[in-house]
Design a protein around this ligand. Structure first.
Ligand SMILES: Cc1ncc(COP(=O)(O)O)c(C=O)c1O
Length: 374
């Protein structure tokens, strides 16, 4: 059997990692400013993470959601405290798309309504509801139920209200910062306006923090830069530092009922241990502050760079829109200088490194960048 080929692959195979360093199978060394797509929040093979997961695996790797699991309760308590939504409830799942799928379902159960408003260029995942709320017809199959979804331009409150006025909206779903689109931020005024309109029209405000959350932008969730409160927040990527886990936190106004949501693997012992280890490391090593500090450093060094048409983002969620003559830069950074970066189309390089990144590593990247663009 061969693989179902859905990924265009680089011809590189990392086999070992330590913090922001990767080694491929030939022993070549790379520096990771992509974080495995914003997933590696606390660095590859962090010793505390490895120890906690190894010890848990020796004790118990998995049991089902039919029994008590105090690791889930510990995680809910820790996460609530660190993210500032202490009175909310946590539901655990396995991925970002699944988190959004469940969030949309909860909003629809709670309001009794069917429609969802999402935004132009949004990406919310590839499962049925999540992909329907994703503004990309190329990845939507005829099976995906797009008829209940409407889209409005980001940062256009009049367009939002024109849609919500039509009625039957269960939710508005918005990324804390749009990632796949190429790093576009909702303004503070827009988020506050959405909060007001959601209250006015009786629909749930869902913040998708799957890419922008977990401290990456210098606050636990990106929307917290603007002091806005969501009814539901979804998270995944950085939550398990590579161990698959996703979660949704749900306002106390929304009541749970048995069977409303459920999953076989969600919140299993290894996944919860991974998430608890991540929170330990984020707190002990002050990584949210580090994300803000190194983010400011990148901005000060690259904002005026001649290859950069526009510098977007916050903290360590960075979009570098390139001037036309530099669109090969990402390949050159990888193959000539051994730096992994992300992309959003041919013109935008995305930097999504581990929150542990040091100024020295950031400086080496900037030196490599400048040596290719001067
Ligand atoms: C904002 C956002 N939402 C949802 C997803 C989907 O997450 P997953 O690939 O874990 O299903 C992603 C993944 O890139 C994302 O960036």
């Amino acid at each position: 059997m061969n693989l179902f080929e859905v990924y265009p692959l680089w011809d590189i195979e990392p086999v070992r990692g330590l913090d922001t360093t990767l080694w491929d199978k030939d022993g070549e060394v790379y520096t990771d400013l992509y974080g495995g797509h914003a997933v590696i929040s606390v660095g590859h093979s962090h010793p505390h993470y490895v120890k906690m997961l190894s010890e848990q695996l020796e004790r118990l790797g998995f049991y089902s959601n039919a029994v008590q699991n105090s690791l889930q309760k510990d995680l809910a308590e820790r996460l609530g405290r660190i993210c500032g939504y202490e009175d909310y409830k946590l539901f655990l799942c396995n991925s970002g798309a699944e988190a959004n799928e469940n969030a949309l379902k909860v909003a629809s159960f709670h309001t009794g309504k069917a429609k969802v408003l999402a935004f132009r260029k949004a990406f919310h995942g590839r499962t049925s509801g999540a992909v329907a709320a994703t503004d990309n017809p190329k990845i939507q199959a005829p099976f995906n139920a797009t008829e209940n979804i409407a889209f409005a331009p980001l940062n256009d409150l009049d367009a939002v209200e024109a849609e919500l006025r039509k009625g039957d909206f269960a939710a508005v779903i918005i990324e804390g910062i749009q990632g796949v689109a190429g790093i576009y931020e909702p303004t503070a005024e827009f988020l506050h306006g959405l909060r007001r309109l959601c209250d006015l029209y009786g629909c749930m405000l869902i913040l998708d923090e799957i890419q922008s959350g977990y401290g990456r932008t210098g606050r636990f969730f990106a929307h917290q830069h603007h002091e806005v409160r969501a009814d539901i927040v979804t998270m995944a990527k950085g939550m398990g530092n590579g161990f698959p886990i996703g979660g949704i936190i749900i306002s106390p106004e929304i009541k749970a009922s048995f069977g409303m949501l459920g999953t076989t693997f969600g919140g299993n012992h290894l996944a919860c241990t991974a998430a608890l280890a991540v929170l330990d490391i984020i707190e002990n090593e002050h990584l949210i502050e580090n994300a803000a500090r190194i983010g400011d450093y990148f901005e000060s060094m690259l904002k005026e760079d001649k290859a950069v048409k526009e510098y977007r983002g916050k903290g360590l969620m960075i979009g570098l829109e390139l001037n036309e003559e530099f669109i090969r830069l990402r390949n050159r950074l990888l193959f000539e200088k051994h730096f992994f970066t992300g992309a959003a189309g041919p013109h935008v390089i995305r930097l999504l490194p581990s929150l542990t990144i040091s100024q020295e590593t950031a400086g080496r990247f900037i030196d490599a960048w400048q040596s290719l663009t001067e």
